[in-house]
Design a protein around this ligand. Structure first.
Ligand code: GP9
Ligand code: MN
Length: 414
C-alpha cells in the first residue's frame, strides 16, 4: 500500500535530494532539449585510436565545449535501450528481470516528458524502428510524449538501410523537417540505430579500417562507432543551419555496452589490459555529454550514472524537484550520494569498485586485501558500508515499480 512509500520518501529525502542548488540551476531555462541516445556506445572508444586513427574525432572535439562525464556508468539490464530510456526519464532502476517497458508500462510514472509537458514543453521521440518495439508506443503514450516519429515517419529503402534499419545519417537528415516544425520549447529524444550489434556497415560508409582480432564483433564495432560519430557531427551542422542550435541544449549518452564479455580476449588485447571483473565494471562506462551552446563546459570526473540524468536536466532547466522521487542526484551539486549502483548489486564509489563480492581500488584496480577470512569479510571491508545500502536502494526502486506506488503520491505539479 501507500505506507511503503513513506520509508522510501524518507530515504530519498535523506540520501538523494540535496538541499543546495548548483551554480548551473536554470542556466538552460526555456531552451529546447535535444537528447541523443547513442546506440551501444562505450567510453573506451573516446579519445582512443584503432590502427593509429581516431575512432570518434567529432565526439573527442565536443568534449572541449561540453560538460563531459568521464566516469558515467550505464545501469541497464535485460531491457537494454528501453532500460536506458526508463532510467533516464524516471530516475528509477530497471527491473531485475524483463523490461519495465513491457511489464509495467501502465504504471503511474512521473517521467521527464510529463514534467516538461506540465511546464509548456512539447515532448517527442525520433526513432526509425517499428513503434511497438520494446512496447514503446504504449510506454511513450503513458509517460507523456506528444508524438513518436517512428519508422512510418521515414522513407526507408534498401539503399538507405543497413543492419537494423535506416542508417543514422539518413535518420537525422529526414528528421530535420519534423524538428523544424515543432512548437518550442521542445524535448526531443533521438535514438540511433546503426551502431547496433552485429555492427554491420557497407564498405561505402566505412571511413576507417576494421580492427584485427579474433572477434568479428569488436573488429566491426570501431567502424560503426565512427559512422555514428559522423552522423552526430552532421546533425550538429544541420541544427546550426536550421537555427535551432542556439536555442537548444544537446545531451548525448551511450545507452549501454556494445561489446559483451564474450569478447574479453579481443578486448583485453585491444586495451592491452587484463580483463578482470574490475575491468568489466569499468567498461560499463558510457559517454555522457551536456552541450550548452555558448558555455565552455568542463571534464567532470565525479562518478555518475543514468539515474542522475533526470534531476540534472530538470535543474539545468530551472525546475524544482523537491517533491519528486528520484534515486539520482543533480550532477552539478557537491553534496552527492556516494555511490553509483548497477542493477546486479555491483557499485562504484569515489574510491572503490565492488562486484562479485570483491572490493577493488577504483584507480588501480587492485583487489583490496581483506582483514579477515570469515563470513563477515565483505561487511568488514572497505566496500562493506555500501553493500546493504545499494541493496536497499535497488529494492526500494523495485517496490515502486512492482507495487505501482506512485499511484499513492502527490507530486504537486499537475
Ligand atoms: C531498437 C533499438 C535497439 O529499437 O533501440 O534496441 P536494443 O537491442 O539496443 O535494446
Ligand atoms: Mn541499445
Amino acid at each position: 500500500d501507500g505506507n511503503q512509500l513513506t520509508d522510501i520518501k524518507n530515504y530519498i529525502d535523506d540520501e538523494t535530494t540535496p538541499d543546495e542548488k548548483s551554480d548551473l540551476f536554470g542556466i538552460a531555462k526555456d531552451k529546447n532539449v535535444i537528447f541523443i541516445s547513442l546506440e551501444s556506445l562505450q567510453s573506451f572508444v573516446i579519445n582512443n585510436t584503432v590502427n593509429g586513427e581516431e575512432v570518434t574525432p567529432f565526439l573527442n572535439d565536443l568534449i572541449d565545449d561540453s560538460y563531459y562525464f568521464e566516469n558515467f556508468y550505464h545501469q541497464t539490464a535485460q531491457g537494454k535501450t528501453s532500460d536506458s530510456e526508463f532510467i533516464v526519464e524516471n530516475s528509477l532502476y530497471p527491473s531485475p528481470r524483463g523490461a519495465v517497458y513491457f511489464t509495467h508500462a501502465q504504471n503511474d510514472f512521473h517521467s521527464l516528458p510529463e514534467i516538461l509537458g506540465n511546464n509548456g514543453y512539447n515532448s517527442n521521440v525520433f526513432h526509425a524502428n517499428n513503434k511497438s518495439f520494446w512496447n514503446r508506443d504504449v510506454m511513450y503514450e503513458n509517460t507523456g510524449y506528444d508524438k513518436f516519429f517512428d519508422v512510418n515517419s521515414y522513407d526507408v529503402n534498401e539503399e538507405n538501410s543497413v543492419g537494423w534499419g535506416l542508417k543514422d545519417k539518413e535518420f537525422f537528415s529526414q528528421s530535420m523537417k519534423y524538428l523544424n516544425e515543432l512548437p518550442q520549447p521542445f524535448y526531443s529524444k533521438f535514438i540511433t540505430l546503426t551502431n547496433h550489434y552485429p555492427f554491420d556497415l557497407e564498405q561505402e560508409d566505412a571511413t576507417i579500417e576494421k580492427y584485427d582480432s579474433n572477434s568479428r564483433t569488436l573488429n566491426q564495432y570501431f567502424q560503426t562507432v565512427r559512422y555514428m560519430d559522423e552522423a552526430v557531427e552532421q546533425f550538429f551542422n544541420q541544427l546550426k543551419e536550421s537555427g535551432l542550435y542556439e536555442d537548444s541544449i544537446i545531451v548525448l549518452m551511450g545507452d549501454h555496452y556494445g561489446i559483451s564479455d564474450f569478447h574479453k580476449k579481443a578486448m583485453s588485447t585491444y586495451l592491452d589490459k587484463e580483463y578482470t571483473d574490475y575491468q568489466h565494471i569499468q567498461l560499463q562506462r558510457v559517454p555522457f555529454y551536456i552541450h550548452i551552446p555558448g558555455e565552455e563546459g568542463k571534464v567532470m570526473s565525479e562518478i555518475a550514472g543514468q539515474v542522475d540524468v533526470k534531476p540534472t536536466l530538470l535543474h539545468l532547466l530551472g525546475m524544482d524537484t523537491s517533491n519528486d522521487l528520484s534515486f539520482g542526484t543533480d550532477l552539478f551539486v557537491d553534496d552527492r550520494k556516494p555511490f553509483v549502483a548497477l542493477r546486479d548489486g555491483s557499485f562504484i564509489t569515489d574510491d572503490y569498485v565492488y562486484t562479485k563480492d570483491q572490493c577493488y581500488d577504483r584507480e588501480t584496480g587492485e583487489l583490496i586485501e581483506e582483514e579477515t577470512n570469515d563470513e563477515t569479510e565483505v561487511e568488514g571491508s572497505a566496500c562493506g558500508p555500501y553493500v546493504e545500502q545499494v541493496e536497499k536502494e535497488l529494492s526500494y526502486s523495485d517496490e515502486i515499480i512492482f507495487g505501482d506506488l506512485f499511484r499513492f503520491y502527490d507530486f504537486k505539479d499537475k
